[in-house]
Design a protein around this ligand. Sequence first.
Ligand SMILES: [Zn+2]
Ligand SMILES: [Zn+2]
Length: 196
Amino acid sequence: MLDTRELGRRAGSMREESLVRSAPEGIGIMSIGVPPGSEVELDLRLESVIEGVLVSGTARVQLTGECSRCLDPVSDELEVDIQELYVYEETDHRGRPVRTDSLEGEDEDEQRHLVGDYLDLEPVLRDAVVLDLPLAPVCRDDCPGLCPQCGFRLEDDPKHGHDVIDPRWAALGALADETSSARTNAPSTDDQQEED
Ligand SMILES: [Zn+2]
Ligand SMILES: [Zn+2]
């Protein structure tokens, strides 16, 4: 929650704020996300406009996750742009906030509202960060990942390999045996031999 009282409600006034907040829970996807409680650095510009308060600026968050290739822990930083208009609550002739539930439900996604003098930055931060997260994070761009056969970390030994014959080759070998034995029984012509 960000307090906008100092900004005032006169359209045209502007304030810049740099602040550090701790990250809320649950910003992230399966493979990577913002650790709850980690520092979120916000550089924001609050502008009072006729309909409400326009918030713009950047948020810098910490990321922790798992390399999608070798499963090593990955940590990173992410900076996202934020821009959102928070509209004033409607008030009646006495200045009391009017809450029409149908309205709230209808445009909940498109329209953010100030609650009194406060604005809730969390959903905006969440959307901006989640949209920018890498779907398949890697510890580094050329991470060799794991051996598809045994799960060995290929980085630990670039020469890692298996001597075991691939089952597909084994099947081919069996096939070759069959053809050669078939050929000995069949009358062989010159054409067939050239194909080989
Ligand atoms: Zn990796
Ligand atoms: Zn292996």
